[in-house]
Design a protein around this ligand. Sequence first.
Ligand code: ZN
Length: 54
Amino acid sequence: MPRTNDDGFEELCHLVTEHDPDTALCGKDVTGYPWDPPWPRCEACLSVARGEMN
Ligand SMILES: [Zn+2]
């Protein structure tokens, strides 16, 4: 399980699109998330990204 930091963010690096930068590919609302944080990549986002690229 990802940790949640003092700002209330799960310490996971979600992926977003230019089309909808406030919603991660996995569906999580990432409004206000840090840009490109040094956290582990969200596996759900990665799997969606892989599927869309095929
Ligand atoms: Zn995600």
